[in-house]
Design a protein around this ligand. Structure first.
Ligand SMILES: NC(=O)c1ccc[n+]([C@@H]2O[C@H](COP(=O)([O-])OP(=O)(O)OC[C@H]3O[C@@H](n4cnc5c(N)ncnc54)[C@H](OP(=O)(O)O)[C@@H]3O)[C@@H](O)[C@H]2O)c1
Length: 364
């Protein structure tokens, strides 16, 4: 491990499981037709995982469908890497619900049948007999919650899964999941994976509150907003498609650009984005750190966040982002307040009124 470097470890929600404060996301592993350029090939993916654990990382995130649309490759790279390692030392998280076979109507969703097939497929690709954190990838409106969470509970009972998590749900859905598990005496949900970053703070409004009150870990995905929060995106200079993901979406995937897959033109006209990036640069320079590290450290200092799911496609990006997990430095309260203020979204009804009227009755 590098000298003077100390990665933090935190409990995953209310569980007794400790995870490194940086989790290595693996959506950027795997190249092929239809993929954005610059994804890591297998050799580079192994080097990235080697360095991640050398720096103290123990927590990996994948999904059966990564890298979209080339399903299964990311889990296979991780599975081959695990064969060379002491598997028990690592916390492996994966997800289910996305389709692995478009010709099979039951190959997606959170039914008992699709979940059991998904877990078997993931175990196979990951070369392991158990998954540490099995997450539902997105809300399934068709399957009763009781069916999904009873199945996940059974997967824990038979030892194929250690902990259950969810991803991409609304506030009321998360609360309903938590309550259903409680009332049915099922394994509780230990984590929520959601988009959360300085350009996506709506996640705090209900999801953040439920996480804090119910002891559910909030694991931010896209912590750098796909690259926007790194300091490399400049005003009036749209990056080219071969330079980075933001440039590639801007030029090649205009039609697919959305708030979780952003392009340059999507945010470039928003003055508040540039104001915030300018302030982040100042803070980064005060600490002799990078803008990316400031963005990630801000997340680590927010409530309910034990670990951040980072995505990298080079070793340099990994080195940089791991620096945010170093416990030898923190943002001051003043710096947190400045970033909170600059990143605050406009608050619509009913939130604005309910919070304003709560006055001194609002919990901290
Ligand atoms: N649950 C879900 O639905 C969901 C959805 C999305 C992601 N995720 C998870 O979250 C992980 C991270 O998501 P993400 O890739 O969108 O995260 P992100 O941190 O917002 O974006 C990562 C991208 O930013 C650029 N980058 C990263 N670090 C950098 C640095 N230090 N300096 C300059 N550029 C840097 C790289 O792309 P360029 O070099 O091309 O700019 C990299 O691929 C995924 O791997 C996955 O595990 C989960």
């Amino acid at each position: 491990m590098a000298s003077n470097y100390s990665l933090g470890y935190n409990f995953l929600g209310n569980s007794g499981l400790k995870v490194s404060n940086i989790c290595l996301g693996t959506m950027s592993f795997g190249q092929g037709e239809g993929m954005r350029p610059g994804q890591a090939d297998e050799a580079l993916s192994h080097l990235i995982m080697d360095r991640f654990v050398e720096l103290g990382g123990n927590f990996f995130d994948t999904a059966n469908i990564y890298p979209i649309p080339l399903t299964g490759i990311s889990e296979s790279f991780l599975g081959k890497w695990l064969l060379k390692r002491q598997r028990d030392r690592y916390v492996i998280a994966t997800k289910a619900s996305g389709s692995m076979d478009k010709t099979d109507v039951n190959a997606r969703g959170l039914s008992r049948k699709s979940l059991i097939s998904a877990v078997e497929g993931s175990l196979n690709r990951l070369n392991t007999s158990y998954i540490d954190l099995f997450q539902t990838h997105v809300w399934d409106d068709a399957t009763p919650l009781e069916e999904t969470f009873r199945t996940l509970n059974d997967l824990v009972r038979i030892g194929k899964v250690r902990y259950v998590g969810v991803s991409n749900v609304l506030g009321w859905q998360l609360q309903k999941i938590v309550d259903t598990c409680k009332y049915m005496g099922l394994e509780s949900v230990v984590s929520l994976q959601a988009q959360y970053n300085l350009l996506c703070r709506e996640t705090e409004w209900e999801l953040g509150d439920v996480c804090q009150r119910e002891g559910v870990a909030l694991l931010p995905w896209s912590p750098l907003k796909g690259g926007w929060l790194t300091g490399k995106i400049k005003r009036d200079q749209a990056p080219g498609s071969s330079e980075c993901r933001i440039g590639w979406v801007n030029e090649c995937e205009k039609g697919r650009a959305n708030q979780s897959h952003p392009s340059y033109s999507q945010l470039a006209s928003q003055e508040n984005v540039w104001d915030m990036l300018e302030q982040m640069e100042k803070i980064a320079s005060n600490h002799s750190r990078s803008v990316s590290q400031v963005a990630l450290k801000w997340l680590l200092q927010r409530p309910a966040v034990p670990s951040i799911v980072v995505g990298v496609r080079t070793l340099q990006q990994l080195e940089d982002n791991m620096g945010a997990g170093d416990t030898n430095w923190n943002l001051s309260q003043e710096e947190m307040n400045e970033l909170n203020k600059l990143s605050q979204p406009k608050i619509p009804y009913p939130y604005e009124m309910v919070w304003r009227m709560s006055g001194d009755r609002k919990r901290k």
